[in-house]
Design a protein. Structure first.
Length: 241
């Protein structure tokens, strides 16, 4: 994803272990708002069936941002799930940055460890890139987004400590400190750049605090309705549509 949009969207991650749950299907729709202006949309359709999950996601610029530059990212993820743990087996991403700039990307996993990272056109490796073979237990960006944005039971809210791998970089998301907020719940959290980022990126900002807000659903579960965070471009929000 484009950096500004993924910073707004990447406040997401693997939910902590909990009780088993029934199959479910989720249609997730968020507006991406930067500096008070709607700049894009995030859409995820996910499904859990037995011990397996699939997800399809789209992130794209809209409105004035799209008029300036049309950017669209589509992604898919699939893998195994046990209780509330997600273990990806394959992640794909297509980035269309306009002006004919398109990239197809794929990560394949074996037993939770990336074993293949491919890009078309090929990406020039950098010395700072992290070793995929050492990223066992990490999850891809779309699996992370689906895991945190789907509806959950109240006992699963605000329980998060996960590592993510995007093919070259490693980051971490922590979520904690649940507090009542009307009929819902808020959580305090932090997204942190860990490895694979440039010295400039680490110097400009390595930690991004955020607040996540849940609201109750009719069936007694909790649904994420807003995420507020500091991005490199200022205050950012994901607001449920």
């Amino acid at each position: 994803m484009g950096k500004a949009f993924w910073h707004a969207a990447l406040i997401a991650a693997l939910l902590a272990p909990g009780v088993a749950r029934a199959d479910q299907a989720d249609a997730i729709r968020f507006d991406v708002i930067l500096r008070g202006i709607k700049a894009g949309e995030l859409r995820i359709d996910g499904r859990i069936e037995g011990a397996h999950y699939t997800a399809q996601g789209v992130m794209e610029t809209t409105g004035l941002a799209a008029a300036i530059r049309k950017i669209r990212y589509t992604a898919t993820a699939q893998g195994a799930t046990r209780e509330t743990r997600f273990t990806p087996s394959r992640y794909t991403e297509t980035a269309d940055r306009g002006s004919g700039k398109r990239r197809d990307f794929e990560i394949r996993y074996r037993a939770g460890t990336p074993v293949s990272v491919a890009s078309n056109p090929p990406r020039t490796p950098k010395d700072r890139d992290v070793d995929p073979a050492k990223q066992g237990g990490t999850i891809d960006p779309l699996t992370a987004l689906y895991a945190v944005l789907r509806d959950v039971s109240p006992d699963q809210a605000c329980q998060l400590d996960a590592k993510m791998f995007d093919g070259a970089r490693r980051s971490q998301v922590r979520l904690s400190a649940p507090k009542p907020a009307g009929a819902g719940v808020t959580c305090s959290g932090e997204y942190r750049r860990l490895e694979g980022f440039s010295e400039r990126e680490m110097a400009e900002k390595s930690r991004f605090p955020f607040t996540l807000t849940y609201a109750p659903t009719a069936d007694g579960r909790l649904r994420v309705v807003e995420i507020s965070t500091e991005t490199i471009l200022g205050k950012g929000h994901l607001k449920r549509r």
